[in-house]
Design a protein around this ligand. Structure first.
Ligand SMILES: Cc1cc2nc3c(=O)[nH]c(=O)nc-3n(C[C@H](O)[C@H](O)[C@H](O)COP(=O)(O)OP(=O)(O)OC[C@H]3O[C@@H](n4cnc5c(N)ncnc54)[C@H](O)[C@@H]3O)c2cc1C
Length: 505
């Protein structure tokens, strides 16, 4: 039996980017600092990626775990709210659509709403899907509010996420963690010692000569994976055949107009640019494939499309898309970029950190480390990343663009079997099913499949039980309720001014 003497006593987190500090914050909240020491090592000379500023609604679970006051959090991180992502020029040049966080319409007779809409839309008797989304309409009009307790109203169910300053986010979590007993060490790891008996990591040697010992090491050292890869040689599965973008350049600028509550992604001749609006600045970046675009060309494209002069130097980043063969190997758990990376098209990086932390808590080991725990952790992590990967590939695969070699490649590339099946299922009769653990739900798949131009041949047969005039009447009613509801919302600027305006520097 595992007794308390066998409990982990020293957790060492290597890295103080978002992954390191999110991990430190969550573990320090849950574990008693008298029984388990948590040490975080970071090096200012190495630095962090300093991106990762758009989130998805699931982040509220993490904030709740920490007990964060949301208004204070948004104020501190100079954040804004996010109702979805607009995708411009992805289907074809000049076209755009929104992937909203909330649902479309309302389900009827146990059948998903979109089947009713499809019946009418496929006959040109209903407007585009976005007309039935409160969040699409609110986002485009720059409106925002939290859910309100109004029965049978779409206003009672407003799903949202945040945009925030990544550096301030890490700072916020650092003070949260240090208040709960986490020891921070500033220093660069220059050597890693392993135990000859089992190859487990024993200690880290810093440049100043300090030696940090631990039972469990969390590798949050970024893309290089100092422990999981450079020391343990865990191996990597490459996904670049489906997701060829492997570089980014990021720069900040000041906003020109009113800041609206959504992220914008604009497809370029190869890759895409992002625009993330914060209270005090706009984050811009260009994610591009080095095979088709040079760093100089990428910088020129980004500068040319920013709404005002850059206020920072360009931050160039490079990666290999894919995942580690194992996210947990021996006594090292990789969290964040060290575990693998899928481009930030749907803002999933911080989410993957959050779920890795919660999975680690679920499988938290004794000093004996049971292999069955490790295997389950790895299996779940693998599945989660593959499901997200397929959703990201969908955006590229379903393009109508063939105007450049990059888009021609994406449109014609073979895709993983699960994704192929999902597209075929929708194409036949508009059916979408979410596997239990899948991050992206039916609304997300519908938004992107429809937004990218996939049209089903039919719809659910039960829809025909309702006379067409009745379907039409209900659709019109839903649309009018949404329009009226959006009219009652404050603008995001008004909401922020009232509840969470950042203090000017
Ligand atoms: C271009 C781009 C855009 C992104 N956009 C989003 C987004 O919009 N939304 C989202 O959710 N995610 C996004 N992500 C992902 C997100 O940025 C990362 O998941 C997140 O920042 C976590 O990074 P990290 O902490 O793993 O690594 P890093 O930020 O690289 O931190 C690594 C840490 O390890 C330390 N370190 C490394 N080596 C040593 C050493 N030898 N000694 C001591 N310390 C060391 C460094 O000092 C640093 O503190 C994006 C990623 C990229 C590349």
């Amino acid at each position: 039996m595992n007794s308390s003497q066998n409990n982990i006593q020293n957790v060492v987190i290597l890295g103080g980017g978002s992954a390191g500090w999110m991990t430190a914050a969550a573990l320090s909240k849950v574990f008693n600092s008298d029984k388990c020491n948590i040490t975080l090592i970071e090096s200012e000379s190495v630095g962090t990626v300093s991106v990762g500023e758009a989130t998805i609604p699931q982040i509220s679970l993490f904030n709740t775990l920490l007990g964060i006051d949301e208004n204070k959090f948004v104020k501190f991180t100079k954040g804004t709210f996010k109702l979805g992502i607009e995708f411009a020029n992805w289907k074809k040049k000049g076209h755009s659509y929104m992937h909203p966080f909330g649902t479309y319409g309302t389900n009827m007779d146990a059948i998903q709403f979109h089947h009713y809409w499809l019946k009418m839309y496929l006959q040109d008797k209903a407007p585009d899907l976005s007309a039935y989304s409160l969040l699409c309409n609110a986002a485009y009009k720059g409106k925002f509010n939290r859910s309100q307790a109004i029965k049978n109203s779409p206003l009672s169910n407003i799903a949202y996420a945040f945009h925030f300053d990544a550096t301030l986010y890490a700072k916020y979590l650092r003070s949260f963690s240090e208040e709960r007993g986490v020891t921070r060490i500033e220093g660069k790891v220059k050597d890693v010692f392993t135990r000859s008996s089992n190859g487990f990591i024993d200690s880290l040697l810093l440049e100043d000569g300090q030696r940090i010992e631990g039972d469990l090491f969390i590798d949050c050292s970024g893309f290089k994976g100092l422990l999981i890869e450079q020391t343990l040689k865990t191996g990597f599965e490459d996904w670049s055949e489906w997701l060829p973008c492997d570089r980014a350049v990021a720069m900040q600028c000041m906003p020109k107009d009113e800041v609206k509550p959504y992220t914008k992604s604009t497809a370029q001749d190869a890759g895409w640019t992002w625009r993330i609006p914060l209270q005090h600045r706009i984050g811009n970046g260009y994610v591009y494939p080095s095979q088709y675009v040079s760093d100089e060309e990428a910088l020129e494209t980004l500068r040319g499309q920013m709404e005002s002069e850059p206020i920072t130097e360009p931050n160039f980043l490079r990666w290999q898309t894919g995942r580690r063969n194992k996210m947990w190997n021996k006594n090292v758990v990789a969290i964040g970029l060290s575990a693998g990376f899928i481009e930030p098209l749907e803002s999933t990086g911080l989410h993957l950190i959050q779920t890795a932390i919660s999975r680690l808590m679920g499988f938290f080991p004794h000093r004996g480390f049971n292999q069955i725990d490790i295997d389950h952790f790895n299996e779940q992590s693998k599945l989660e990343m593959e499901q997200i990967r397929d959703f990201i590939i969908l955006h590229y695969k379903l393009t109508e663009r063939e105007d450049t070699p990059f888009w021609e490649y994406c449109k014609n590339m073979p895709v993983p079997k699960n994704l192929e099946d999902k597209m075929a299922l929708y194409e036949s009769n508009g059916r979408i099913f979410r596997y239990e653990t899948e991050l992206f739900d039916e609304t997300s798949w519908l938004a992107v499949m429809h937004g990218q131009g996939l049209r089903p041949e039919g719809y659910h047969p039960i829809v025909d039980n309702l006379p067409e005039e009745e379907v039409s009447r209900r659709l019109q009613h839903i649309q009018s309720v949404i329009d009226k509801s959006v009219d009652t919302l404050p603008t995001q600027d008004e909401f922020i001014a009232k509840f969470c305006a950042a203090t000017p520097d």
